[in-house]
Design a protein around this ligand. Structure first.
Ligand code: ADP
Length: 624
């Protein structure tokens, strides 16, 4: 068994690998960039080596630096995780040439699966069904257009060197083919330095189903069943589960046998995944599932397989890399229950999923299920790397339970002030089609706005929030507009993320409420986690009379912070949406804008001033 391991990665996967290595008594070495100097994986490892500036291409992607770090620390082996250098055959070879152990397949297996066209040909020869299409050398646009026509529209143009959902174009009709081809080639040349494409039949009702395989150096290859990763946003997986809903035993056997044949064709060693695409329009059928590509590494979604098989895949990787045979035979492996994983991204669904970076002042994480993460409270989410900050994994006897558990965990997951997709995931898991197992890769896009928009918490939850605020001793009870009589059934108002929200007090809130509340800003406000969305709730201090039909013109500081720019002066005429001032709070800039056309009636802010949460900064009086 190897005694020491360098992990050539960061974030959740580095932490996850360290966890197993440690349990096996293997000494761990982390590598880190400037941005990751205080990262969790660095603190978890026995030793850590700085390998350069924050951008990955100057640190995590430089093979020589990583090999030098292994040499300097006496690490015997290198685990690449996923992404970065994990599927770089030259790097794998360089690791071996340096006399180190590579925790992964042979470089020749990586190369064989590296380009989509070559991989498809190899698989077709091995008797693995591949998606119908053209995967030849001829790249003449007119010829490719003919091929597309004979395959039949819609087709998918794919860069042979593509990955991560990049370099793909769906084309619905012949008239659009030339433009789509040119744009795909441009993107492929820019992103992958290779503009070759293949053309595939676009599968309708596509489901993404993949099979985990594992090989050792003694010629054994087993599969660990399938995962369904059909819930995708822009070809990126969002929710993964194992097994696949609607998979019968016969289809599973055919699919998994094909995956093992695929592994055998490239003499596969270690953890690998064969990705298939299924036409799910009439349920899952063995003759409607085709090979798409192979990932020659550990996948992000490997925990769902671990959950249903009870196997620690990282442990197997380290054993196989040490020359041991696979710990279990095929007949010893079976599926136990159902597992579900959600990928938590630091991104804001309300702004079209723009990444959200900065310091995590608050992180309330689930307690009762597996969370793989590289962050903790106080961590910095940096703009340099993938915005996925955690994975939440549930495992239960039945699919419905696994979904319910995951929804519950997400509903309580609070992150502030960085925005996450937890609320979006919560809504997605509640989708009726998904609950029925009726999934395909287009589901998220079809739902559109219904999944993106964050609804305000219902009156019950706001009433409960108000009651909590009253209980916080620090809140002066005399605040105007904030009623103390909980049973009085009157209209009330709160500030939710700085916006005035009116609601009817709901007496049921004295009994049950679903949101999670934490005192915030010394008790002057509450951090409220409602169905996965984290918000700051504070008393509304504006005079109720000012909030007529025209709306309320009071602009309050949504959180404690510093005014960094004031764009208006008292008496100015402003139009709806006009920027009034910029607030810097928790390392993020927030623009406060005019809610309607009017005049700046009051201005209590100057650049450089520190302001408290809920401070009245500007008041706009509506134009007549
Ligand atoms: P990448 O290497 O960029 O991840 P893949 O070939 O794995 O590209 O495809 C990514 C996703 O695109 C799949 O998970 C699936 O949702 C969709 N996709 C790929 N091929 C097809 C196809 N022929 N028809 C329909 N959808 C497809």
């Amino acid at each position: 068994m190897i005694n020491s391991l360098l992990i050539a990665n960061r974030g959740e996967i580095a932490c996850r690998i360290i966890r197993t290595a440690r349990a096996m008594g293997v000494r761990t070495v982390a590598v880190y960039s400037d941005a990751d100097a205080n990262a969790l994986h660095v603190r978890m490892a026995d030793e850590a080596v700085h390998i350069g500036p924050s951008p990955a291409r100057e640190s995590y992607l430089i093979g020589e630096k990583i090999i030098a770090a292994a040499k300097a620390t006496g690490a015997e082996a290198i685990h690449p995780g996923y992404g970065f250098l994990s599927e770089n055959a030259e790097f794998a070879q360089a690791v071996l040439d340096a006399g180190l152990v590579w925790v992964g397949p042979k470089p020749s297996s990586i190369t064989a699966m590296g380009l989509k066209d070559a991989a498809k040909k190899l698989m077709a020869d091995a008797g693995v069904p591949v998606t119908p299409g053209y995967m030849g050398e001829n790249q003449d646009p007119a010829f490719l257009a003919e091929q597309a026509a004979s395959i039949g529209y819609p087709v998918l143009i794919k860069a042979v060197a593509g990955g991560g959902g990049k370099g793909m174009r769906k084309v619905d009709a012949a008239a659009d083919f030339a433009d789509a081809l040119a744009s795909c080639q441009r993107e492929a040349a820019a992103s992958f330095g290779n503009d070759h494409v293949l053309i595939e039949k676009y599968i309708l009702s596509p489901r993404h189903i993949e099979v985990q395989i594992f090989g050792d150096t003694h010629g054994n290859i087993v599969h660990l069943f399938e995962r369904d990763c059909s819930l995708q946003r822009r070809h990126q997986k969002v929710i993964e589960e194992a097994p696949a809903p609607g998979m019968d035993e016969e289809t599973r056997e055919a699919l998994c046998a094909a995956a093992v044949r695929a592994g055998q064709a490239v003499d596969y060693v270690g953890a690998g995944t064969i990705e298939f695409i299924a036409d799910g329009s009439e349920g899952l059928r063995a003759d409607r599932i085709w090979f798409m590509e192979m990932n020659t590494r550990l996948q992000v979604e490997h925990p769902v397989t671990e959950a249903i098989t009870g196997v620690d895949l990282v442990e197997w990787q380290l054993r196989v890399a040490s020359g041991e045979p696979l710990p279990l035979r095929q007949e010893d492996l079976y599926i136990n229950g159902w597992a579900m994983e959600a990928r938590l991204y630091a991104e804001d669904p309300a702004t079209g999923f723009l990444p959200s970076t900065g310091k995590l002042d608050v992180l309330l994480r689930p307690m009762s299920s597996r969370v793989d993460t590289g962050i903790e409270e106080g961590s910095e989410v940096s703009p340099f790397y993938d915005p996925m900050i955690a994975k939440v994994i549930t495992h239960a006897g039945q699919r419905e339970e696994a979904i319910d558990d995951l929804r519950y965990e997400l509903s309580k997951l609070g992150v502030w002030p960085v925005k996450t997709n937890a609320g979006f995931l919560h809504r997605l898991l509640g989708d009726a089609d998904f609950e029925r197992g009726d999934v395909d890769t287009g589901l998220i896009e079809r739902r559109g706005e219904a999944l993106m928009a964050t609804p305000l918490p219902p009156a019950t939850e706001l009433t409960a929030a108000a009651a909590q605020l009253e209980d916080e001793a620090a809140v002066p009870r005399a605040l105007a507009g904030f009623r103390l009589n909980r049973t009085a059934d009157t209209s009330r108002a709160l500030r939710v993320n700085g916006q005035r929200v009116e609601y009817e007090a709901d007496a049921r809130a004295d009994g049950y409420f679903a949101s999670h509340f934490e005192p915030f800003d010394g008790g002057a406000a509450l951090l409220m986690v409602h169905e996965g969305t984290t918000m700051i709730v504070a008393p509304d201090r504006t005079d109720g009379a000012a909030s007529g039909a025209a709306g309320d013109g009071a602009i309050l500081s949504p959180m404690p912070g510093k005014v960094i720019a004031v764009e208006v002066a008292a008496g100015d005429t402003v139009v709806k949406g006009q920027k009034l001032l910029t607030l810097e709070a928790m390392k993020m800039e927030h623009s406060l804008t005019a809610p309607f056309d009017g005049v700046v009636a009051e201005l209590n802010a100057e650049a450089g001033a520190q302001v408290q949460v809920e401070a009245l900064l500007v008041r706009i009086e509506a134009a007549e």
